[in-house]
Design a protein around this ligand. Sequence first.
Ligand code: TRP
Length: 364
Amino acid sequence: MTPKEKIILTGDRPTGRLHIGHYVGSLRRRVELQNSGQFDKIFVFEADAQALTDNIENPEKVRQNVIEVALDYLACGLDPQKSTLFIQSQIPELCELSFYFMDLVSVSRLQRNPTVKTEIQMRNFEASIPVGFFTYPISQAADIAAFKATTVPVGEDQEPMLEQCREIVRRFNYIYGDTLVEPNILLPENSACLRLPGTDGKAKMSKSLGNCIYLSDSADEVCRKVKTMYTDPTHLQVSDPGHLEGNTVFTYLDAFSTDEQVKTYCPDYNNLAEMKEHYTRGGLGDMKCKKLLMSVLHDTLEPIRQRRAEYEKDIPAVYDILKKGCEVARETAAATMDEVRRAMKINYFDDNALIEEQSKRYGK
Ligand code: TRP
């Protein structure tokens, strides 16, 4: 099926507030894509049903985070005039499509999904895996296919999901005729952004490790977190040579700073490379680097904070944005489902040819 339109679809599980790792890894790019004018439609959704697959006893957590994530989206500059923001569970067509997709995937194929494998281990699900969790890649394929998305901007951990989606779509089209669209993954550009480490230098920002800087953190909180951030444990005196490898402050500066900002806040240097050179040589203290990072993060986060504060003033309006988004999303998914039912020959009542053919067989 050759797509006529360029359609973006992406989303997040609403299990926590979004942090600056999400920002550099995906949110910043989404806003750029939204404003590029290069896409006909953009869908960004909260995968609450997927979040429930491993939080089934914790529905309140998902419920609370739906509004947090919506506020984070809007704060980052996702604009409901340009992007459709919606909630997965409110689109029953997605369940319907998942149900048919289940016939196109084998259990052993699902078992080979490396992301799901790791997640099963992390959650100690080995002994007893909820079926819904095990099959979430199928439901994710339905999320994508129902909107005929051509472009799915996600992190590298989602590569196996996209591959599985493409296989399902290919198999569907092969059996039932060209109906659905094979999506392309759009990975983050900057490798420093693929996975921003936590403030403690550990591989990943995660709520349970308490090493996140949230988009909704106050300016004071951010400064406090930067002050205690992990740097180079061998850099004890300012005069000591410092190491950049694994140095969280420099990883963050790589992800967030521009040379303009370095020049403005640290006029001794023309760019970050010069500053790194000084740090490696020795003679540059951690605090100076952290001060720069505080300023850089402030420049990024202050507009986000202000926009969030505006939306927080009218929470019912935010729910209304989501509700309207769900209506638009549902129409789109329903139109795809009409085509899917026709292709799968389960459109009994809107197929006059079928009814006529059956009456002829009976000679009436
Ligand atoms: N699995 C994704 C995540 O954990 C969320 C998600 C669900 C998604 N369905 C999707 C992302 C469809 C892109 C497209 O982040």
